[in-house]
Design a protein around this ligand. Structure first.
Ligand SMILES: C[S@@+](CC[C@H](N)C(=O)[O-])C[C@H]1O[C@@H](n2cnc3c(N)ncnc32)[C@H](O)[C@@H]1O
Length: 292
């Protein structure tokens, strides 16, 4: 056996085993509360991601961990659980076509329809923002599009996620170079400061444009007042079962202005039957102008 295989076998042998009942309990609670769907094939991934949590809590196995979850009155352990299980992968200007469409079609359309209003309201929501790359890409693009006119925009840029750990990283706004791989060089030079060790810090002016909040997209009733011109909810529903996707699509449609847009990930799709959005192009949907 070579060194790597040897190490991997040892790591597997050290993992506490996750039995049927305990796996079902964890999978069911993640599905009921957060819409996250974990099939049997994810059992070893769950065991691997939670092994460290068991060590931190000094627990011998998953039976004790499930007991801890059952006794978790304030939801603190549930919050830790979802933090460990969710995949917060993101990068700047991911799925670039959406940002081009925002700049070339969405923003000029909004500007033309409400330019007479001053200050001119613009609401954008990054729902499932992970570590913030998506919402900072939007902030960079808005600054470039509006230039000095940004001062006459009453901007609401909201970014939400269920993971507290991801939100903490998002607020800090410091990234490895690899996260900027799709970022045009001009932006890389003007929108970030070097932060040592090859890291890049997004400039403070972008951080101050964004409001980060924890929000469970499965809670259905969101606390926001008012509706959004654009919602980015990309690469989030991919982890959900079909019923949760449908529920979320309906909930989001209640928070989009008539004529507003919803962007989803390119590997995702909205339910066709009774979909409250009209298809515009792959991963891009619009709420009818008459819709409410
Ligand atoms: C892969 S990231 C997507 C990040 C970004 N939107 C993008 O496309 O690059 C998915 C995010 O969805 C979040 N998420 C999963 N279930 C959620 C829920 N029920 N409520 C809110 N956020 C959730 C995860 O914590 C994770 O940060």
């Amino acid at each position: 056996m070579d060194g790597y295989a040897d190490g991997a076998a040892r790591a597997c042998a050290e993992l506490p085993s996750l039995g049927d009942g305990d796996f079902r309990y964890i999978a069911d609670i993640l599905n009921d509360r957060f819409g996250i769907s974990l099939g049997e094939q994810k059992r070893s991934l769950v065991a691997g991601r939670l092994a460290r949590r068991l060590r931190e809590l000094g627990l011998a196995g998953f039976r004790e961990y499930v007991e801890r979850l059952e006794a978790d009155r304030d939801g603190a352990e549930l919050s830790e659980l979802v933090d460990r299980i969710t995949t917060n992968h993101s990068f700047f200007f991911r799925e670039r076509g959406h940002f081009d469409f925002l700049r070339d079609t969405v923003l000029p359309g909004i500007e033309a329809s409400i330019a007479a209003q001053s200050p001119y309201p613009l609401r954008i929501w990054s729902a499932g923002c992970a570590t913030g790359e998506e919402v900072y890409s939007i902030a960079i693009l808005l600054e470039e599009y509006f230039g000095p006119r940004l001062r006459s925009v009453d901007l609401g840029l909201l970014a939400t996620d269920i993971s507290l750990a991801a939100l903490e990283e998002a607020r800090a706004g410091v990234y490895a170079a690899e996260k900027l791989r799709e970022t045009p060089t001009g932006y890389r030079l003007s929108c970030f400061d070097p932060a040592g060790d090859g890291l890049y810090a997004v400039k403070d002016r972008y951080r101050s444009m964004v409001l980060f909040k924890r929000l469970n997209l499965m809670s259905g009733n969101f606390p926001m007042r008012g509706k959004f011109d654009v919602i980015f909810c990309r690469n989030v529903m991919i982890y959900f079962d079909p019923a949760s996707r449908e529920r979320l699509t309906r909930a989001l449609s209640n928070y989009v202005k008539p004529g507003g847009y919803l962007f989803i990930g390119h590997s995702e799709s909205l339910p066709r039957e009774g979909c409250p959005f009209e298809y515009v192009m792959p991963a891009t949907y619009r709420k009818g102008v008459q819709g409410d």
